[in-house]
Design a binder for this molecule. Sequence first.
Ligand SMILES: NC(=O)c1ccc[n+]([C@@H]2O[C@H](COP(=O)([O-])OP(=O)(O)OC[C@H]3O[C@@H](n4cnc5c(N)ncnc54)[C@H](OP(=O)(O)O)[C@@H]3O)[C@@H](O)[C@H]2O)c1
Ligand SMILES: [Zn+2]
Ligand SMILES: [Zn+2]
Length: 381
Amino acid sequence: MAGQNLRNIFGLATRNSSSEKEISVDNHVKTFGWAARDPSGVFYPFQFTRRETGEKDVRFKVLYCGICHSDLHAAKDEFGFGIYPLVPGHEIVGIVTEVGSRVTKFKAGDKVGVGCIVGSCRSCNKCSNDLEPYCSKMIMTYLSIDEDGTPTRGGYSNEMVVNEHFAIRWPENLPLDGGAPLLCAGSTVYSPMIYYGLSKPGTHLGVVGLGGLGHVAVKFAKAWGLKVTVISTSPGKKEEAINHLGADSFLVSTDQEQMQAAMGTLDGIIDTVSAAHPVMPLFGLLKHDGKLIVVGAPNKPLEVDIPVLIVGRKMLGTSAVGGVKETQEMIDFAAKHNITADIEVISMDYVNKAMERLEKGDVRYRFVIDIGNTLVATPST
Ligand SMILES: NC(=O)c1ccc[n+]([C@@H]2O[C@H](COP(=O)([O-])OP(=O)(O)OC[C@H]3O[C@@H](n4cnc5c(N)ncnc54)[C@H](OP(=O)(O)O)[C@@H]3O)[C@@H](O)[C@H]2O)c1
Ligand SMILES: [Zn+2]
Ligand SMILES: [Zn+2]
């Protein structure tokens, strides 16, 4: 049910993924990557095709791709609308190899990034206001059907082709590997902090879940001059959160005493947790008029006791990744303030082990696949 709803929300055609045949289009170009073939989420080498470079397209060699927890949710079909074989990856950076005749933003040799979205209608009210992720015809980097009828496939692959509108110009001084995760993780926390007014200096912000999204949320918040409290299930992350990431304080969410002592202290919270978890204690941490913004995507409903929110006029908000313009602004801001993700660079054939470790929270704080040096063409298995 959740899957069907999400499928409708994302405007995806109803199709039976298990009987899906690889669509072969004559003029498409052979490419390769790694794909999950079914909800076991196990990845294998996979050969497929991408379209030729269209007049507004940028073609690029992928060098690095971050592993977002959404890749894991999707590989295991936790969103409920898996399109297999699934090639995930939406934190993609590389070098432009070819541009179409009407491309103006890029030339061959430029560094380029692609995040979560590769298409939208470009004319609706949302698109006109640079909010492409909320367009009803939005096309995701993977888990969507592209305009040519083929499934979109992400950055666990040797090359990408994308309309230049959805490609991000890469600042010279921003490292490709540590910068890649900003394209999803960075944008997904930056956008709501601005939209919900949580980026003003002096704001006391809570960040729940110190993972890929959470740790960059702390970095952006500190760059804006916020006071930051990390709320985590992992006491072992305290020292790093404070001494390395610059958080001002740290709460262990399962410690009733600590949570009680911090009641009513926060102006807002960005909740990045990837699994169902109790949110009412988080509302307790908020001041009157405080906002809990959930950006994590657990596949089970969260329980909210509305009368408790009413008496404190507290808000529950959500947010998708930022639009293209805002993602570019975020990348430029990160370059200016030397913000990158803390990463563990891995080889392509380590992806299955990396997914196991990500599921257990065993990564500080983002795996990034060194596609350029480690993805080799292997026949599909
Ligand atoms: N809104 C969007 O558009 C959007 C975009 C990107 C990602 N997402 C979603 O955001 C979520 C986080 O992604 P990520 O890549 O940052 O994941 P991640 O690196 O795995 O981090 C998630 C963190 O949540 C905490 N956590 C995990 N399981 C928990 C549980 N059962 N109870 C309480 N806390 C738990 C852990 O932090 P502690 O150890 O500190 O507790 C973990 O490090 C995912 O669901 C992803 O799909 C949404
Ligand atoms: Zn993501
Ligand atoms: Zn639109």
